[in-house]
Design a protein around this ligand. Structure first.
Ligand code: SF4
Ligand code: SF4
Length: 138
């Protein structure tokens, strides 16, 4: 056999062997994929944007300012002019009055401070602050 024929024969054998190797590889069809084994890639978390105001607790100074601004004691039958002259009010926070002594009615239950602060008492001008009332009950 001539050298040229030998080379052609060798090339044919080599090509046949190469093709045979490719046929041994298992072919994965799409329907053979086990979907349970797929790993879900989580979407990056979106930043939460909300229009809801974030409630920040009031400081003691802010609470006192709120009480004095919203106090309705001057509309109360127990209120006297002298209390206004002394700049009193907000007895639920400040404690008893220096001048009101007669309990002629109390409008504290209708005051916005009562609802806002969750107060449960009244007649703070004669009986003391809400904190004192609470302590008396304990
Ligand atoms: S609850 Fe009574 S004392 Fe307190 S702020 Fe209101 S009206 Fe004034
Ligand atoms: S504490 Fe109550 S009773 Fe006293 S002045 Fe205020 S609303 Fe009237």
């Amino acid at each position: 056999m001539k050298l040229r024929n030998l080379i052609v024969l060798f090339a044919v054998v080599l090509l046949a062997g190469f093709l045979a190797c490719g046929e041994d590889q298992p072919q994965v069809e799409p329907e053979d994929v086990d979907t349970d084994e797929l790993v879900e890639v989580a979407e990056p978390a979106e930043p939460v944007v909300t229009d809801m105001p974030v409630e920040v607790p009031m400081t003691d100074e802010e609470k006192m300012a709120y009480v004095m601004e919203n106090c309705i004691c001057p509309d109360c039958p127990s209120w006297i002019p002298e209390a206004a002259e002394k700049g009193e009010g907000g007895y639920c926070a400040t404690g008893a009055s220096e001048c009101i002594v007669l309990e002629a009615g109390c409008v504290c239950p209708t005051c916005p401070v009562t609802a806002e602060m969750g107060l449960e008492w009244g007649y703070y001008c004669t009986r003391g602050s809400a904190e004192e009332m609470m302590n008396d009950e304990e």
